[in-house]
Every structure is written in C-alpha cells, then in structure tokens.
Design a protein around this ligand. Structure first.
Ligand code: F6R
Length: 346
C-alpha cells in the first residue's frame, strides 16, 4: 500500500468544543493520520499516539517523529484504543445521539460490571487507590465539572449527603481556579468529565493538585489527559460518546455517583441490609431504562404536540433539580428552543 499522510493539527486553543483532545496521531499500516479525536480513526487503526500541548509531529511518507517546540526529541508512546469498530458506526439509527440514547441500558450494565461486593451489600472501586481506613478519614468532598457532568455532580452531592452523611461542595470547574476555595486536609477532590479533556476541568484538577490535594476522576475516555493526571479514579466504560450532546455518559455518571455514595455510606453508618436493598435497586436500573425507551414512539407524539412552543420550564426538587437543569440544557442544545431549569418555589 502506498504511504499516505493526512495532516490536521488541532491545538487546544482552536477547539471550540473543549472536549476535543489537542490532537492525536494514529499509527496504521504504511499510513499516518492526524486527527483531533480518536473516534475519527477507529476504522483505520487502533494504535494511537497522543500529543501533549506544545509538541510537534513531523510526518513524512516514511514515518513520523515528535519534538517539543524547542526541537527536543520526544519518544512516542503508542496507546491501543479499546473500543470495537461497531461502537463508532451509527448502524440503523438516524444519528449518534439517538444510538447513544438507546445504548443507555448496556452502558449502565458496563459501568457497574464487577463493581459490587460478593455479598451484594456495597460497591468496590479499587481504582480510587484509597484504602477503607484512608476513606474513613475523609470528612468532606469537593466535585468540579462542566455542563452535563456538573449536573451529575449536583445529583451526587445530594446522594452522598443523604446516604453517607458527609458534606459535599460542587463547583463549576471554570470558576474553581479563580476563587480561593478553602479545602482542608481531609477533603477528597473529584473531577467528572466524559472526555477527560475539558480544559476548565483539567485546570481545576491541576489547581487542586498544585495545592497538594489528592485528585480523583470519574471519566469515560481511557488514557485521556484527566485520567492520566488524576491520582486515581473510576472509568465509566460506556464506549465512545460521539454525539455532541451527552446522553449515556450522563446516566452512567449518575449511576457511578450513586455507587460512590453507597461505597462511602457502607464504610460509615449504612447497615448491611440497607446496602443490599440499595445494590438491588441499582442493579434494576438498566431494566427500568429499557422500559422507558419502549415509550419512544409515545414521547415522539408528545414532542410533536409541544414543538411549536418557544419557552420551556423544567421543574425539579432535590436530586431532580439537577435533572431539570439537564433537561433544559438538552432541549436548548438540540432544538435551539429557550429552556430553563427551576426549583419549584417553596
Ligand atoms: C452537554 C455536553 C456538555 C459537556 C461539557 C463537559 O450535553 O455535552 O455540556 O457535558 O462540555 O464535557 P466533559 O464531560 O467531556 O468534560
């Protein structure tokens, strides 16, 4: 096969959707491709080299090399993309967002697989790299994220406070580094990001690490910048999310937030029997989502009935308030119709 090169360098500062990786180059058979996201390459190769900010790739028909802007050589590290090719094929669906909505039950099963204890009373997250006794020292949580992932943090706040009885603060990642948020020694800092590349979330992670905190990440894309820089974390395992509006990644973040609340609660005051009830409820979630998806035709009818309205209000209390915010965000993003999420007045 003749050698071919496609070049598209995508510095992070050019990326309007900050979830794009600065750039990654793929190593195939006798061809080298440069792209901004691994999902563009998966049909050609599974071997990728992720470039860091400030690195240059030199491509010729014979191969490639990487240097810094100062011309120092960088040894390329080849990573393997673990998704199947079918994950980045939209099949019979009209678009990726529709496909990913229907993938939710499987995505939830994948997020929870192997993460419940054998006695069925709690969750296990070895990737946090924290022992039970270290976790017992934690007396406060701080979560940072943007957009949909921020909404998932707000639900997690509610669940940890309710079940583990520990205070939680949620900050918008783009604000965190401009405030001087007091974090004490026993605060555990989490960032949430589907892509693991959102620049404000990454900046919040770096600021918290600069202050000496242990930072954990809930993240979907294996090997993303956030995953690499965090001290540990939880992978979502929902496969690539190609649709611009987050769907299956959001429901998986809610599930993992609920599992984290359970894990912490069981290290503290939650009883074995309450833990078993909680685990069984979570295990039932994919079937409930499957049932909800069977309503698709009915929901389409409702959408047609209301599509001519110009303003929508989504209402929700407690953990449903962040879902109201998320519903409004989805409507705005997808239909460009004005929408707001509100707490009902007391
Ligand atoms: C909304 C949406 C965005 C992302 C936000 C954070 O549907 O997709 O609001 O949630 O840009 O992205 P991640 O989770 O990749 O950090």
């Amino acid at each position: 096969m003749a050698s071919r090169c496609y070049a598209l360098i995508f510095p992070q500062s050019w990326s309007r959707r900050a979830r794009l990786r600065p750039s990654c180059s793929a190593v195939g058979d006798a061809e080298y491709i440069i792209a901004s996201d691994a999902s563009a390459l998966i049909s050609r190769t599974q071997n990728v080299v992720y470039l860091k900010d400030g690195e240059l790739v030199h491509l010729t028909a014979k191969g490639f090399s990487i240097t810094t802007l100062e011309q120092e050589d960088v040894s390329p590290v080849v990573d393997k993309i673990t998704w199947a090719i079918k994950d980045s094929d939209r099949g019979d669906y009209a678009h990726f967002m529709e496909k990913e909505i229907f993938e939710q039950p499987t995505a939830l099963e994948n997020s929870m697989r192997g993460r419940f204890s054998e006695d069925g009373s709690t969750a296990n997250f070895g990737g946090l790299n924290l022992t039970a006794s270290e976790l017992r020292q934690i007396d406060r949580f701080m979560f940072c994220a943007c957009g949909t992932a921020w909404h998932a943090c707000l639900v997690t706040e509610h669940l940890i406070e309710r079940f583990a009885r520990l205070p939680v603060e949620v900050d918008y990642a783009s604000e965190f580094r401009y405030r001087n948020s007091p974090l004490d020694r026993n605060t555990l800092f989490f960032v949430l990001s589907q892509s693991g590349e959102t620049i404000d979330t990454l900046a919040a992670l770096r600021e918290a690490k600069r202050k000496g905190y242990r930072v954990l990440a809930i993240n979907n894309v294996v090997g993303s910048t956030i995953a690499r820089e965090a001290d540990g974390g939880i992978y979502q395992h929902v496969g690539p999310e190609i649709g611009v509006a987050s769907t299956k990644a959001f429901t998986s973040q809610l599930l993992l937030g609920a599992m984290l609340a359970l894990y912490i609660a069981r290290l503290r005051d939650m009883s074995f029997s309450d833990g078993v009830l909680y685990v069984n409820a979570l295990k039932g979630a994919p079937a409930l989502v499957r049932d909800a998806l069977k309503q698709a035709a009915h929901i389409k009818g409702i959408a047609k009935r209301f599509a001519h309205h110009t303003d929508f209000l989504f209402l929700g209390r407690l953990s449903l308030f962040p879902l109201a915010l998320e519903g409004a965000l989805k409507l705005k993003e997808i239909s460009y119709i004005h929408a707001e999420g509100y707490r009902p007045p007391r």
